[in-house]
Design a protein around this ligand. Structure first.
Ligand SMILES: *Cc1c(COP(=O)(O)O)cnc(C)c1O
Length: 390
């Protein structure tokens, strides 16, 4: 049985170091923030190339805290994509703001920047003939204040921040990079997490850099944002513990997780190299066997973190056949994502309809993801691809 992701092989590789690091935290009695968290933040900031790293309790909290730091709340609109994990749009709703969806491109799975421009114009004019908008009462729609953009680096490939940052700046919007799936990726030698004003990532176990529970981090270059985010992380604390100067949350990363993450960071470059090997192996095998799927294409000067290796079948029937063949051979596959967010019941209040985001809807019916992890052997890659053939 080939695992979809292989945390066991990784653990076997670093078991003594990880166990010692966890035990050291337990023995130290320093469970909340403290030296391990500070050391991790320094290493993460250094790795990403950002001035400040604020670790936190999850990728979702990272997004919520970022929106809180930007003062986003009821009556505000934030643009994001519908073809992503729930949290990207959920964070917007959590702070009381309204997600305004923008479709993705089929090739990169990331935000379509031309559609973003149309969405901004449509909202400014409250004119859904320019781009689909939430079907809210007219007065409510007209009163929405556009505040920012959350772009997502889906499956590990960074979105087009050169374009997104330019469009956002021209319209007075902030940009948050949802780098939950792209830690370790880069674009033109700049690392994911550093590509927008605020970068948010996740250390959920299945992400490229995962801990043994929930965790996340925020990256910024602005010292004032750093201070605000550290305050939000601890109930809006001010100069001392029992002074509260704003609303916040319990958003801290556990010291045990910070210790685990440092041991995983020690081998992360090697793991990233192996993810590139696996992706290249898939691309070569899919091409040489002439498998009828579209393999992911990575633009020049970009390196994906390969959170997922997601291919696109011709149609839903072909996808089911591929998945059944692999399943029969004991090879797991997943569908990320089977439903676009504008079609989820949780966002029914926005009034979006099927047909609003044709590319996202089409992708949900055709994509599937193959096993992807740094410990996948070349022979296993060949076997997986051979198992796709009828
Ligand atoms: C996983 C993920 C998140 C949320 O991260 P958690 O740590 O699970 O809260 C946010 N956005 C995207 C795109 C993700 O894949």
């Amino acid at each position: 049985m080939i695992p979809f992701i292989d945390l066991q092989s990784q653990f076997a590789r670093i078991q003594p170091e990880v166990e010692a690091a966890m035990l050291a935290v337990v023995r130290s009695g320093q469970f909340i923030l403290g030296p391990e968290v500070a050391k991790l933040e320094e290493r993460l900031a250094d790795y990403v190339g950002a001035k400040y790293c604020i670790s936190c309790a999850s990728g979702t909290d990272a997004l919520v805290m970022a929106l809180m730091a930007k003062g986003v709340g009821p009556g505000d609109a934030v643009f994001t994509v519908p073809f992503t994990f729930m949290a990207s749009a959920e964070a917007i709703a959590t702070v009381g703001a309204t997600p305004v969806f923008v479709d993705v491109e089929a090739g990169s799975f990331n935000m379509d920047v031309a559609a973003l421009e149309r969405a901004i114009e449509a909202l400014a004019k409250a004119d859904a003939s320019i781009h689909p908008l939430p079907r809210l009462p007219e007065a409510e729609l007209k009163a929405l204040k556009p505040k920012g953009v959350i772009a997502v680096d889906l499956f590990g490939l960074t979105a087009d921040y050169a374009a997104i940052n330019t469009i956002a700046a021209a319209n007075g919007l902030f940009v948050i990079e949802d780098a939950a799936q792209s830690f370790g990726a880069s674009a033109n030698n700049a690392r994911a997490g550093s590509l927008a004003e605020i970068g948010c990532t996740s250390f959920f176990p299945a992400k490229p850099l995962g801990c043994y529970g929930d965790g996340g981090a925020i990256f910024v270059n602005d010292s004032e944002l750093d201070t605000i985010l550290r305050s939000i992380r601890v109930h809006g604390q001010g100069e001392d513990k029992y002074e509260n100067v704003r609303m916040g949350i319990t958003g801290r990363l556990d010291a045990v997780q910070a210790a685990v993450l440092q041991k995983k960071l020690d081998i992360f470059d090697d793991e990233m190299d192996n993810r590139q090997r696996v992706a290249a192996g898939y691309a070569a095998a899919l091409a040489s066997e002439a498998i009828d799927v579209v393999a992911p294409a990575i633009p020049a000067h970009h390196i994906s973190a390969w959170a997922q290796y997601t291919v696109t079948a011709r149609d839903a029937v072909a996808r089911t056949e591929f998945q059944q063949r692999l399943n029969a051979a004991g090879i797991p596959t997943m569908i990320y994502y089977p439903k676009a967010l504008h079609q989820q019941k949780a966002f029914a209040n926005l009034g979006y309809q099927t047909g609003d985001f044709a590319v996202s809807e089409d992708l949900t019916s055709r994509v599937f993801s193959l096993p992807m992890h740094p410990y996948l052997a070349d022979a296993e890659i060949s076997r997986i691809v051979a198992s796709l053939i009828p």
